[in-house]
Design a protein around this ligand. Structure first.
Ligand code: IPE
Ligand code: IPE
Ligand code: MG
Length: 235
């Protein structure tokens, strides 16, 4: 596969698991299970394309509104995913990271997640970032709180605050802004994903439901991206 130099970071709103299951008369949890399979395929596709960062929106700060049984199923799948995939990450040299309010996750899931993040921290083939208990507004509010603390402690002066300094208080300032944001299942909204970082990302929306999304669909999205003219407000 040809390496793609212009797309460093792809961020995906993995949506449509529930509808995929409902269309088949299956429980929603089965859609989430299939969705986890898609994650493996898409990660491989991203590595083949030379994409350095792949961020996947896996659980939002709003998803707690769902029935406890569904939340429980999702957290169980997260633990299973980490258990199953950790050896693959090591073998394929993939670094795992997470963004979100990790401490608000069930402690078992949080522990597994942070352990996998730690064990893979020196891997260099690519970075998979799982957005878990993540909200764009929560991230900005958390950054503002951290910045306010730094000001109160005399480490930062209010006059120094600019976009670059503010960015350094986000969950993981090392991660570049996404070049391309993909949303599956045809919904035309951001749903509180990466509000700060998506300022100039290209959007690609597909009607395909996440369990049906393939590595080929990722190639298609990246190809569409490569035809876009990014102006960043210039001309
Ligand atoms: C995306 O699929 C997975 C999560 C939000 C965790 P959904 O569960 O939102 O599926 P739909 O949108 O109901 O089809
Ligand atoms: C966005 O999907 C969150 C994730 C994919 C984790 P939702 O299904 O929760 O978003 P809405 O409710 O359709 O906006
Ligand atoms: Mg949805």
């Amino acid at each position: 596969m040809e390496k793609c130099s212009s797309v460093r970071h792809v961020a995906i709103i993995m949506d449509g698991n529930g509808r995929w299951a409902e269309q088949r008369g299956l429980p929603r949890s089965e859609g989430h299970r299939q969705g986890a399979e898609t994650v493996s395929r898409v990660l491989e596709g991203a590595l083949d394309l030379g994409i350095e960062y792949l961020t996947l929106y896996a659980f939002s700060t709003e998803n707690w509104k769902r029935p406890v049984s569904e939340v429980h199923a999702l957290m169980g799948l997260l633990e299973e995913f980490i258990d199953q995939k950790l050896p693959d990450f090591q073998e394929k040299n993939v670094r795992l990271k997470t963004i979100g309010r990790t401490s608000g996750l069930p402690s078992g899931a949080a522990k597994k997640l942070l352990r996998a993040v730690d064990l893979t921290r020196n891997n260099r083939a690519g970075t998979l970032i799982l957005a878990l208990n993540y909200g764009g507004r929560a991230e900005i509010a958390d950054a503002a709180a951290a910045l306010a603390k730094a000001v109160a402690a005399g480490k930062v002066h209010p006059e120094q605050v600019n976009e670059a300094l503010f960015s350094s208080f986000l969950y993981d300032p090392e991660i570049p802004d996404p070049d391309l944001m993909i949303r599956t299942s045809g919904e035309l909204r951001i749903s509180n994903f990466l509000l700060w970082q998506l300022a100039y990302s290209e959007f690609y929306i597909t009607d395909k439901l996440w369990p049906d999304f393939t590595a080929g669909d990722l190639v298609e999205a990246v190809t569409a991206f490569s035809r876009r003219k990014r102006r960043f407000g210039g001309r």
